[in-house]
Design a protein around this ligand. Structure first.
Ligand SMILES: Cc1ncc(COP(=O)(O)O)c(C=O)c1O
Length: 297
């Protein structure tokens, strides 16, 4: 990302020396901000930032209902913000949150109203303590169309919306026609009655369940057909819901339940227009750090 953007937010607590050193090795021209929720994380970051001689921005993560990460109380938030503001190599920039618990289309308005009220309480508490958050960073794809209702929000972080997926359709945040990412697969067997087998299994589609209904993906051209069962290399299409009968060798395109996992599972994304591959993009941010032989764990 540093190659294409000089203002980066890492919306994840970077804990552990190797991650922190990798972060510090980003070019000094990058304005770096990190979201975190613990004193330990802030202190580790400060140590590495001091060693690297660079200042790092910090957003204190608050839990707005997903119960994944985030400080749990106003007191906890104020305490951590003060600790961050006291560190000489950390620059307190504001707060961050991720409303991943808000998904339902019809109920979104209610949940967002509550989120807006909770945010106001947090911002007011910070203002009162003379710790105004210059940045209030939050948001997701399902809540993107409600962002204007969140007073004080300064930036949004939708990600899935770039391609959308079956879950986003089911959450009511996009339409079927807004989905741009599909997995191209080939029918390799029709031997067992009532089903067809494609060469895309869990390694290609992921194993995330849908919000509604069944299956690990759905055929874009036969939306009544889902991938009901998966092995690593086999996807089982249920033909019991359709009159469509594929031949061995026929290709199909599958709309996955969760596009993010699918992108990570593939080395390249192909840009297709009118049935023709026009371009391809390598998925450079996939994979893991590499350990050298001899590294102490
Ligand atoms: C911290 C954080 N911010 C933003 C996003 C993007 O949200 P969405 O996938 O709903 O677009 C995610 C997704 O998992 C996330 O974990």
């Amino acid at each position: 990302m540093a190659e294409v953007c000089d203002d980066l937010l890492l919306a994840y607590p970077p804990v552990g020396a190797s991650k922190l050193r990798r972060l510090m090795s980003l070019p000094n021209t990058v304005r770096l901000t990190v979201a975190l929720d613990s004193v330990e994380s802030a202190e580790q970051l400060e140590r590495e930032a001091a060693e690297a001689g660079r200042s790092v921005g910090v957003l204190v993560e608050i839990d707005v209902g997903l119960h994944r990460v985030g400080v749990q109380s106003l007191e906890g938030m104020l305490k951590l913000v003060r600790r961050v503001a006291d560190h000489s190599f950390l620059e307190y920039r504001g707060i961050a949150f991720y409303p991943g618990h808000i998904r339902g289309g019809a109920t979104v308005q209610d949940d967002v109203a509550q989120l807006g009220a909770d945010l106001q309480v947090a911002i007011r508490a910070l203002d009162k303590a003379d710790l105004h958050p210059a940045v209030v960073s939050g948001g997701s794809t399902p809540t993107v169309w409600q962002s204007h209702l969140l007073e004080g929000l300064t930036e949004i972080r939708p990600g899935t919306y770039v391609y959308n997926d079956r879950t986003t359709v089911q959450a009511g945040a996009c339409d079927w026609d807004d989905c741009a990412l599909t997995v191209l697969a080939t029918v390799v067997s029709i031997a067992v009655p009532g089903q067809a087998v494609i060469d895309a299994g869990s390694k290609a589609l992921g194993r995330e369940p849908p919000l509604d209904g069944d299956g690990f993906g759905v055929l874009i051209d036969q939306p009544e057909v889902t991938v009901v069962r998966l092995s690593e290399e086999h996807g089982i299409l249920n033909l019991g819901t359709s009159r469509w009968r594929p031949r061995v060798g026929e290709t199909v395109r599958i709309l996955p339940n969760h596009g993010c996992i699918v992108v990570h599972a593939h080395e390249k994304i192909y840009g297709v227009r009118d049935g023709r591959v026009e371009t391809s993009w390598p998925v450079t941010a996939r994979g893991r750090r590499r350990l050298q032989v001899g590294t102490r764990l």
